[in-house]
Design a protein around this ligand. Structure first.
Ligand code: ZN
Length: 235
């Protein structure tokens, strides 16, 4: 960094100090990242970045017979276990660009650009949950994925017909019985018929939700269903 850049960097720190979204530590303002909005360094300090545990590979469908492959960006531990609840339950708007970067990094790292998906869908929320939360976190992840992959995002076709207790509030056994074949539906099956679907959600835990949605998509004619989640809970 030359002297002028260094001076501007100090000036940035004074007039527009930025802090880590998780621990509030001040972030330095190297100009290279100050204008590069797609960098994790603009949102997390090095310590919090180091507490992101990457999932390096896909997982066979051990948690579902109706999903061909699971892809997850990060283990649900460390920083990601603080980022997702802050974003999802407290709707901290400053987390949206961070989530977008984490999804872009995941898609690039897992070589998903090489895949043969035809369209991207999000696990839907019931109307009641959507009213309460005001946004569907899975739809945001699906939108980022569709943009990164250059594939159509199909929103509003996959719906949750029945409001069920939140999966996160249930144990493993109860999660499996919380959802039935009627819980989700596809409004126009032609949209998914014969397609390879990338189905997005925020967290993979037992896989019960993704499995149930995949069943609905396959009944509607989808050829394959691959799951992409931002994080994965180790069981
Ligand atoms: Zn931090």
């Amino acid at each position: 960094m030359n002297q002028r850049s260094s001076y501007l960097s100090v000036l940035f720190d004074i007039i527009a100090p930025r802090t880590c979204l998780l621990c509030s530590q001040f972030l330095s303002h190297p100009l290279a990242t100050a204008f590069e909005k797609e960098s994790l360094e603009n949102y997390l300090c090095s310590s919090c970045r180091n507490q992101l545990e990457i999932c390096e590979r896909s997982f066979a469908s051990g948690r579902s017979s109706r999903i061909d492959k699971f892809f997850s960006g990060y283990q649900y531990t460390g920083s990601i276990a603080r980022i997702i609840p802050a974003w999802k339950y407290h709707r901290r708007n400053e987390f949206f660009p961070l989530i977008k970067i984490l999804i872009y990094l995941t898609i690039s790292r897992l070589n998903l650009l090489e895949s043969d998906f035809n369209l991207v869908l999000a696990v839907p929320l019931s109307r009641k949950t959507l009213r309460k939360r005001d946004f569907n976190q899975a739809l945001f992840i699906a939108a980022c994925s569709s943009f990164a992959l250059g594939l159509p995002l199909v929103a509003g076709q996959l719906v949750k017909n029945i409001h069920t207790p939140q999966q996160a509030s249930l144990d493993r056994h109860a999660r499996a019985y919380n959802l039935t074949g009627d819980t989700f539906g596809v409004i126009d099956p032609e949209v998914v018929r014969g397609r390879n679907v990338l189905l997005c959600d925020d967290v993979l835990t037992t896989g019960a939700t993704l499995d149930t949605v995949a069943g609905t998509l396959r009944s509607a004619g989808a050829v394959s269903v691959t799951a992409l989640t931002l994080a994965r809970v180790e069981l």
